[in-house]
Unconditional design. Structure first.
Lengths: 397, 321, 254
């Protein structure tokens, strides 16, 4: 190391220091597995392996001149396949995006999502006061912790899209019905809840992530509950793996894990047949990143009439829907470069196995796959349903 | 000191701006109760020809080469002298690129109260203004003895400010126009070779709800099917998704098409005021509280992405049969 | 080049706006304030001018809740000095009062150029920029989408309806009202703002007692009646499209 600390060297070191196991970056063999498996790797001027090469050659400024790193949807495929176990997604890719943001290189669509997250606590730019409006009118009433002020067993972290997105609110309402039917004593934070911040973190806004996490941490500390469950795999990943480093530590599970644990109680309630071929899309942050593969499948298989079929890419090598790492807010940018959407690819896989229903477990997926189904030939009849929606259909409620 | 209502006529490149007629109509209303006359004030060079259809009792013309085109310093100087001398009941300015360069500065310079964004007046001397994107209205007594006002359209029809009797003209004395601090260098025309959207009968207009440049093609497909043209509101043009010649709104073009079909436009005042003359506004928006539904003839509370392709197919089918 | 940028916070229209108990003012309790978007453009334009031609950028704003964040964000974008003017702004003031409060501060800074947004959504008595120009006896041009410095003058692009632009020259010092900066306001990372918070300071100056004379008296504020609502078409996309085709036929376009 030369005495003068060049920006690139210190960035290399920063990546090494700031991510758990980041020092494994030194072990990169330049095998190229990461760039090969990356769904948009072919469009990047610097796919992951080449990014590492530029870092090592002290030529990071070359990377700053380009914008193709914004094609990365933080799907974890590279990280999962790396033989040296380098934390590519949360370390290398997120840190590179961070540098681009600091250099003013951020696509306009993403900019508004980030600004909205900062200002309103959600990337959609909706009023924070309306975060629990989706629950209005539901009987029995959904307990909002700030009003209810009593301990609950389960705190349900709803998430941005189930709270605000018109299509995804159906997931929130469906889970409410299921929790009520199972007699679970739960509450939600409502207006006290703010974006989990995970996608913003992976899009390069670490400062914003910390700000959002701190707000949630403060909200959690005000109330009493035994565990947290969530509808959103991104929130699941954040609260499970990232929040503890900020001293915000709570037991958390995805709703599929929570319900699968109660399958004995749930199964008798699944009275109505759903006669369909159902294929399940493993969300990146539930499956590949956090190893939850079987519980969602147990739930689907418990539904009478359902035939579960697997798509070509499933379990650990599931194909990303394209929404992660900021992808949800980079549609225009990514379309300009790729002229293909990952969600459309996935819908074609569902059709190829003759699925009637594409089952999902992440709030980004329902709108993304439904949009894709509109443009893919022959996908007009394909139904996209969150597992909660399928369960509720089978419960006849 | 008089009870007359003075209206500063706005004109650009030989055309009287529509806001001038709206102001004259408003002035008529106010003058009724204040026992005053409506006086049009016209600054320009050889501009009297423009005065033909102004509904005013008289016209004061300031004719000078230095006033041929609007510049804030020159116009301010002339109007300051006039207002100080005549002390009318009120002076109306448009809430526009021209009027707003003048009204506030004159308010301070002459020590006169100013009410802005006025939409309506009553003969009794009340103003009604709109603020906060049109979500809030404010009302009160127009301060006396002399008030400055900026006006927005929407409260009166321009036809109410037109007349086939031209007003009697008096020449105003133009003060010395030396040492002006603002000068005009030239005009830049909007990109030529594109359609004149003000002449098109069918407009498919996209707003923020279109989300990105790529989705504009959905609107273009519908426009082709119907024989129309795609336009947009300010956020769409600002993002560079459509050329500025396609901008409909206060800072763009005013349009009066047969059909103004909106996709994802909320209908904020700056946009609404430019489409009020449309024959039929049909609005598609997911927000039932969007102000556009208050001026539209038909409304659809639906996600434009759920509707537009289906509609395009049906239009094509109808045309084919 | 000494550039001063005036910034004010306005009601965020994302939230519901309600009128308070007096019936003549906005209910401040539920109001969320955000930076006036045109002032955000003024900041961007000011920073661009500094990046191109050098100089110092000073942001001047009234001291209201949330202003510190706004000022630090501007510093993270490149503003050199931050000044907040203390006074009783809590109940909301009109632009005449604000202009007078800021005028003494701005005068003391001996600006070459003052930039501010051409308007704000809560303006009821004109706009801050031209009122300040009147007080400082400086020339004013508004509705600008381009500003360039040329020696002792500034060249500006003034927007007219229909996409027409007038190029004007204004002698300095001058006050300019920005409609749109030459590029959209840049993004600045939260981490950068937090960093700047540790290294920058906000200077405080006091305003003379507020004088709102020149603004109108508001006797009533209300929400407009939503009269004459559109005929809403309902049903599936398919059903609505069929209805629309029928309407197009009625209107004679099909």
């Amino acid at each position: 190391m030369t005495p003068t600390e060049t920006k690139q060297q210190s960035m290399y070191d920063q990546v090494l220091e700031s991510t758990p196991r980041g020092e494994r970056l030194k072990l990169c063999l330049q095998c190229g597995d990461c760039s090969g498996i990356c769904p948009f790797g072919y469009l990047m001027i610097h796919p992951p392996s080449r990014l590492i090469a530029q870092l090592r050659a002290d030529r990071f400024e070359k990377v700053l001149e380009t914008d193709t790193v914004w094609m990365c949807v933080s799907c974890y495929a590279c990280t999962a396949v790396c033989p040296a176990q380098i934390p590519l997604t949360p370390g290398l890719m997120a840190r590179t995006k961070e540098e681009l943001i600091l250099n003013g290189n951020v696509p306009a669509e993403l900019q508004s999502a980030l600004e909205n997250s900062q200002r309103y606590g959600n990337p959609l730019g909706e009023s924070p006061r309306k975060r629990a409006d989706w629950a209005a009118g539901i009987q029995p009433e959904v307990k909002i912790m700030g009003k209810f002020r009593q301990p609950v067993d389960v705190l349900w972290f709803v998430g941005d899209y189930p709270s605000y997105h018109p299509r995804v609110q159906a997931t929130a309402k469906a889970l409410t019905k299921i929790l009520h039917a199972l007699g679970v004593n739960f509450g939600i934070l409502g207006p006290d809840e703010t974006s989990d911040g995970d996608s913003q973190r992976l899009a390069g806004e670490r400062g914003l992530f910390e700000m959002l996490a701190e707000r949630n941490g403060l909200a959690f500390s005000k109330y009493q509950f035994k565990e947290i469950i969530t509808t959103d795999p991104h929130a699941y990943n954040a609260i499970k793996n990232e929040y503890p480093r900020l001293e915000i530590s709570y037991p958390i599970r995805h709703y599929t894990e929570f319900l699968a644990e109660r399958l004995d109680q749930l199964k008798p309630l699944l009275k109505q047949e759903v006669k369909a071929k159902v294929t399940y899309h493993d969300p990146c942050y539930l499956g590949r990143a956090n190893d939850v593969f079987e519980e969602p499948r147990h739930l689907i298989e418990a539904i009478p009439g359902v035939e579960l079929v697997e798509m070509t890419h499933n379990h650990k090598n599931s194909l990303c829907c394209g929404g992660g790492g900021g992808g949800m807010w980079l549609d225009g940018f990514q379309w300009e470069k790729a002229h293909v959407r990952l969600s459309e690819w996935r819908v074609k896989e569902a059709l190829a196995v003759g699925a009637d229903i594409l089952a999902v477990a992440c709030p980004y997926e329902t709108p993304r796959f439904e949009d894709a189904a509109k443009t893919v030939q022959g996908a007009g009849q394909l139904r996209v349903r969150d597992i909660t929606e399928l369960l509720v259909e089978a419960m006849g409620i | 000191m008089t009870q007359d209502i003075y209206v500063v006529i706005e004109h650009l490149r030989g055309q009287v701006a529509e806001i001038s007629y709206v102001m004259l109509a408003a002035a008529q209303e106010l003058a009724k109760g204040q026992n005053g006359k409506v006086v049009a004030v016209l600054l320009g060079k050889n501009a009297q020809g423009l005065a033909g259809n102004l509904a005013a009792d008289r016209l004061i013309s300031f004719d000078h080469p230095g006033l041929a085109d609007f510049t804030s310093d020159a116009y301010q100087k002339v109007l300051a002298g006039l207002i100080q001398k005549d002390q009318p009941r009120a002076v109306f300015f448009g809430s526009t690129s021209i009027g707003t360069d003048l009204a506030s500065v004159l308010s301070i310079r002459l020590g006169l109260p100013l009410v802005s964004s006025c939409r309506l007046f009553t003969p009794e001397g009340k103003y009604v203004s709109q603020i906060c994107g049109g979500k809030i209205m404010a009302e009160g007594e127009l301060p006396g003895p002399t008030s400055l006002v900026t006006m927005v359209p929407g409260g009166y029809k321009p036809e109410q400010g037109q007349s086939n009797q031209s007003p009697a003209v008096t020449q105003g004395e133009v003060p010395s126009l030396d040492s002006l601090r603002v000068s005009l260098k030239g005009y830049i025309e909007p990109a030529a070779g594109d359609v004149d959207i003000a002449k098109e009968p069918i407009l498919i207009s996209v707003g923020r709800g279109i989300q990105n440049k790529d989705n504009i093609s959905l609107a273009e497909d519908l426009a082709s099917a119907l024989g129309g043209v795609v336009t947009g509101s300010r956020p769409v043009i600002d993002q560079g998704w459509l050329a500025s010649s396609r901008l409909v709104g206060k800072s763009g073009k005013q349009v009066k098409p047969k059909i103004y079909f909106t996709l994802g436009i909320s209908g904020a005042p700056e946009h609404a005021e430019a489409i009020m003359g449309s024959n039929a506004i049909i609005a598609v928006n997911t927000d039932p509280a969007a102000p556009i539904f208050n001026i539209a003839k038909y409304g659809v509370e639906m996600d434009l992405f759920d509707l537009v392709e289906v509609l395009t197919e049906k239009v094509k089918a109808a045309k084919a049969s | 080049m000494n550039i001063i940028i005036l910034v004010k916070l306005v009601p965020d229209l994302v939230e519901e706006l309600t009128v308070d108990a007096s019936g003549a003012a906005l209910d401040m309790a539920w109001l969320r304030l955000i930076i006036n978007e045109f002032d955000d453009h003024a900041i961007e334009q000011g920073i661009l001018l500094k990046e191109r031609g050098g100089g110092q950028v000073t942001i001047v704003a009234p001291d209201v809740e949330g202003i510190d964040d706004v000022l630090f964000t501007a510093a993270a974008k490149g503003a050199d000095h931050l000044i907040k003017v203390k006074g009783d702004f809590s109940a909301g003031v009109n632009n005449h009062a604000l202009a007078r409060a800021l005028a003494t501060v701005v005068k003391g800074l001996q600006p070459d150029l003052v930039l501010t947004g051409v308007q704000a959504n809560n303006d009821i008595d004109g706009a801050l920029g031209p009122l300040l120009a009147g007080l400082l006896e400086m020339p004013y041009v508004g509705y600008l989408s381009g500003v360039a410095i040329d020696g002792a003058k500034t060249k500006v692009r003034k927007e007219y309806p229909g996409g027409l632009i007038a190029e004007m020259e204004v002698t300095l010092p001058a006050v300019l009202g920005v409609q749109a900066a030459e590029q959209p306001p840049r993004y600045v990372a939260v981490s950068k703002v937090r960093q700047v918070m540790k290294t920058s300071t906000i200077e405080e100056q006091s305003a003379s007692p507020l004088d709102p004379s020149g603004g109108p008296k508001i006797s009533r504020m209300f929400q407009p009646e939503t009269g004459g609502r559109a005929t809403m078409l309902t049903g599936t996309a398919d059903e609505v499209s069929t209805q629309l085709v029928g309407i197009f036929k009625e209107l004679g376009v099909l």
